[in-house]
Design a protein around this ligand. Sequence first.
Ligand code: PLP
Length: 370
Amino acid sequence: MRGTQVLIRLAELARLHLPMSGEIAEALQEVIASGIFVLGPRVEEFEQAFATYCGASFGIGVNSGTSALYLALLAAGVGPGDEVITSAFTFVATAAAIAHTGARPVFSDICGDSFTIDPADVAQRITPRTRAIVPVHLYGHPADMDAVAATARQHNIAVIEDAAQAHGAEYKGRRTGVLGDAACFSFYPSKNLGACGEAGMIVTSRADWAERIRWLRDWGEGGETAGCGNYRMGAFQGAVLAIKLRSLERWNAARQDVAHRYCRSITGRALQAPRTAEWAKHVFHIFAVRARSRDLVQAAFAARGIETRAHYPVPLHLMDRFAWLGYGAGDFPAAERAARETLSIPVHPALTGSEIEEVCEALRSVDRQS
Ligand SMILES: *Cc1c(COP(=O)(O)O)cnc(C)c1O
């Protein structure tokens, strides 16, 4: 027993970046020499490269994933008096961005297997005020987009993907980024593709949306629109992200390899491995097991020096900040169960072989003790 010292972490960002730090430093030197620190050619190159990677026509680089969501919602015409449907089980930013437009977030329950929005439940929550649906590709698993798109078409409303955890994930062979009217990515450092700082992007193939979002991102010059402001991406981040994009496929493959090894180590009854739908390419931003006694499992991992965390312990409809929406316990049973049972295990691409083996051993050991 090595006590409670953390040896295997949920992220190892220094370890991930050190092998490419020379290349990154060179690119940053070039930015310095150019004197262009905000937007400019490095950002434009990365916008084009990432949109092309997704299979979309346009990328608009912004300063965070939260800003990407906010601006995409504004492009959809969302504002006060509107309702926007999203998942009750996601990172807080998804619903906070909706509320920030003045619209009302309307929650929907999730499918227990994929942790993504339940399209049948979404269909039930449409009202004359519904302006958009924001499915979240949570943990790197795409939402069931055909069913969501069918509902959206029927009611003539927009679909905005929250793809902040799903760079390179696929739904029926198509990458996230092309599965709705627009998709929002975060490049927060620990995401599957991360900047060395804050950044985000809206990806779309709709020229009208791209033009509007570019305009909103930079103070809506010549107009006066509530919500426009400064959401520009810095040139350093564009330069770093262009370099790191070249490794995204390799890193996603590493995450999948690790995830498959973990899944093979879970054969007992104490843990339930995450499932991948047959139409999905899962990129495992997070590897979340379900455990009925989560605290005990977390303690067992901590005793082996393995860091774990619940993503996310409180579903959005039970957060104090969304109390004004009037939801209560029992409203979204699948989301509440996920919040109670899920535990994230280290799955990042910088894990060493012996670290992976150590985690597999911990999974086998916990699973045996049931
Ligand atoms: C990270 C994340 C965001 C927000 O991105 P930031 O870049 O941190 O603003 C939004 N939605 C989801 C699901 C996320 O994981």
